[in-house]
Design a protein around this ligand. Structure first.
Ligand SMILES: Nc1ncnc2c1ncn2[C@@H]1O[C@H](COP(=O)(O)OP(=O)(O)O)[C@@H](O)[C@H]1O
Ligand SMILES: [Mg+2]
Length: 254
């Protein structure tokens, strides 16, 4: 068993002016673990992803990766250490063929360091990565201009960009948003495979039913605070959690 957490988040907080986006978040993540992060819109989930990957600077608190503090590092240094993310709002190079989007990751200092300068054929690696996330090998999608691809492919591409960095920790922000149930169902085994490879995965997700099929544990964020942390079943049985979601439902559409 792997008892030592790969990631330790402690007292992590972020204020934007007067808005407390995240307050005093603490949790641990282990190798081979899929941790779900759920909560109503605006509760602070993406802020948590931004803080861990240092796209945003914390107002307070710490993040330790393999025992080492990383919250003071710039984003590229965090990525280089082995923490990769996907974005809720995908931002590919729309003018390029899909597989060329992976070239940035494949030229990163992390991959360079891991491979000692021996990259092999990067185009071939990019095509392999796309196949890994569900682009069919002999279909033309990998070569198509990215802007012409449907949302399902853009999300798969986003995942491939993160996998290309060979990360130890992945922070995945609402990968399933906008996808059909069939698409989500076909992506779930890909995430499970990443876990089996030894990665630790934080999965921010609104699609609870699908998330709960693969998450080992889940934390619930409400108004910037973690209000529950436990198994999917235990957390959903929690009255505070039910009230948070009921409140969100009542306010939906307002
Ligand atoms: N860059 C920012 N500037 C100001 N407020 C922000 C910024 N990012 C997020 N917020 C605010 O922080 C809160 C949490 O947002 P976010 O983390 O995006 O929530 P979620 O991902 O759970 O929907 C919201 O009130 C949002 O408006
Ligand atoms: Mg978000």
């Amino acid at each position: 068993m792997n008892r030592r957490p790969i990631l330790e988040v402690s007292g992590l907080s972020k204020s934007f002016g007067g808005v407390k986006a995240l307050t005093d978040a603490s949790f641990e993540l282990r190798k081979n673990e899929i941790l779900g992060v759920i909560g109503p819109n605006g509760s602070g989930k993406t802020t948590l992803a931004n803080l861990i990957t240092r796209f945003v600077r914390p107002s307070a608190g710490s993040v330790h990766f393999m025992g080492r503090p990383i919250h003071h590092l710039p984003a590229h240094a965090v990525a280089r250490l082995g923490i990769a993310r996907t974005f809720q709002m995908v931002r590919p190079f729309y003018q390029l063929p899909a597989y060329k989007n992976l070239i940035v990751s494949l030229y990163s200092s992390r991959v360079k360091g891991l491979l000692g300068g021996r990259y092999g054929d990067r185009n071939a690696v990019a095509l392999d990565l796309l196949e890994e996330v569900g682009f069919e090998r002999d279909a033309s999608a990998a070569y198509k201009v990215t802007g012409g691809l449907p949302q399902g492919y853009l999300k798969r591409l986003e995942l491939a960009k993160a996998i290309a960095l060979r990360p130890q920790v992945m922070v995945i922000d609402e990968l399933f948003a906008g996808l059909s149930l069939a698409e989500v169902t076909s992506i779930l085994p890909i995430i499970e495979k990443l876990r089996l490879q030894g990665k630790a995965i934080i999965m921010i997700e609104h699609r609870l039913r699908e998330l709960f099929k693969i998450a080992d544990r889940v934390i619930v964020i409400h108004h910037g605070r973690i209000i529950a942390d436990g198994t999917c079943q235990a957390v959903m049985a929690d009255e505070t959690v039910q009230n948070a979601y009921l409140g969100a439902t009542l306010h939906a559409g307002s």
